[in-house]
Ligand binder design. Structure first.
Ligand SMILES: NC(=O)c1ccc[n+]([C@@H]2O[C@H](COP(=O)([O-])OP(=O)(O)OC[C@H]3O[C@@H](n4cnc5c(N)ncnc54)[C@H](OP(=O)(O)O)[C@@H]3O)[C@@H](O)[C@H]2O)c1
Length: 311
């Protein structure tokens, strides 16, 4: 076999394997691998930013699947209403909650973790995040505004996870524990006008694999897994827009995230419509990519204007 034939065959096999993996992951993967995290007495899923959008859908979905849940929010009335809404879905579960503004500069992370220390938390989902959707220039935002975006998207998940890690590690001695970080396509796509959201999500994208490596370096074989969820556009309270194949509802998207739990991958794009969109975007030449991102930014700010009128 000549060298070119050999290289051609290797490339062909590479793409065949990638295609097989794509088909298996999106169409044939088991939908109950999350059960790996339903072990021990009264398993809990903790979900941040769970009073609306994807977080609330995740909390409802997991509660209906038999998890007890701990939900987090920043608006007391909305948090209490969400607790009641979730409780109504099942009779024998427990719904706990905690209230804290993720952008605050004075959060008692250790105090929050201590409150839930005795619970069997097996799924820990860092979902909270978001950004301003107003078309201001970078320097028009105050330092405080910029810090709020970094705190809400990067520092809050980091330090909340840090505070819970010792008790999660203890739990993982008897059964598996999974820590999830919900990110965004903007981690790799530089959408104009939201640079610190983009940078914070890029931070979050790298965190799970680094934590995983760190955990294994110290503990050798570990029962605690970390996972990054690469999220495209989803209809939610933040993104008030019609649904399309590439933009599912929060409820639909939550079912795909739950289906991806327990598959053993460190980074996932849970929804096939997002993955196909991403493949096209990644293939765009630079000039077209820039045009596409400009249009995305315009779309986001139209959504932002609609949202602020609604509020
Ligand atoms: N939707 C999308 O298209 C999309 C795309 C990529 C990534 N994501 C990511 O997915 C995650 C969820 O987004 P979403 O679209 O579902 O958002 P959402 O509908 O606005 O819901 C966000 C949730 O987080 C809470 N929250 C927001 N800021 C908070 C703060 N400072 N302190 C405490 N709680 C706070 C909200 O509380 P309130 O109910 O009080 O507002 C709500 O419960 C975020 O990390 C986001 O970056 C979303």
């Amino acid at each position: 076999m000549g060298l070119f034939t050999l290289i051609g065959t290797a490339i062909f096999l590479y793409y065949i394997l990638k295609l097989a993996d794509f088909v298996r992951f999106y169409f044939f993967r088991p939908s109950d691998e999350y059960k790996k995290y339903q072990q021990g007495p009264q398993p809990y899923a903790l979900i941040t930013g769970a009073t609306d959008g994807i977080g609330k859908s995740l909390a409802k979905n997991l509660y209906q699947k038999g998890f007890n849940v701990i939900i987090h929010g920043r608006n007391e009335k909305k948090l209490m209403a969400t607790v009641e809404e979730i409780k109504a879905l099942r009779e024998d579960g427990t719904v706990e909650s905690f209230l804290v503004d993720a952008t605050s500069s004075s959060i008692d992370f250790a105090g929050i973790a201590k409150r839930f220390n005795d619970l069997n938390i097996t799924l820990f989902i860092n979902n909270v995040g978001g950004t301003y959707l107003e078309a201001k220039r970078f320097e028009e935002w105050s330092e405080g505004d910029h810090l709020a975006v970094i705190r809400g998207n990067a520092l809050f998940p980091t330090f909340l996870t840090r505070a819970f890690l010792p008790s999660l590690r203890k739990t993982s001695l008897s059964h598996p524990v999974l820590v999830v970080f919900n990110g965004s396509f903007s981690a790799e796509l530089a959408i104009p006008r939201i640079p610190l959201y983009t940078a914070s999500k890029a931070f979050i994208q790298r965190l799970p694999s680094s934590l995983r490596a760190d955990e294994r370096f110290i503990a050798g074989e570990s029962n605690i897994e970390f996972m990054y969820v690469h999220t495209g556009t989803v209809q939610s309270n933040n993104i008030i827009a019609s649904t399309t194949f590439a933009r599912p509802t929060s409820d639909e998207y939550a079912t795909h995230i739950v289906k991806a739990l327990g598959g053993g991958r460190v980074e996932v794009v849970p929804y096939v419509g997002h993955q196909i969109g991403l493949m096209f975007i990644r293939a765009l030449p630079e000039l077209l990519l820039q045009r596409f991102l400009k249009e995305e930014a315009k779309g986001l700010f139209i959504i932002g204007t609609k949202k602020s009128k609604k509020e």
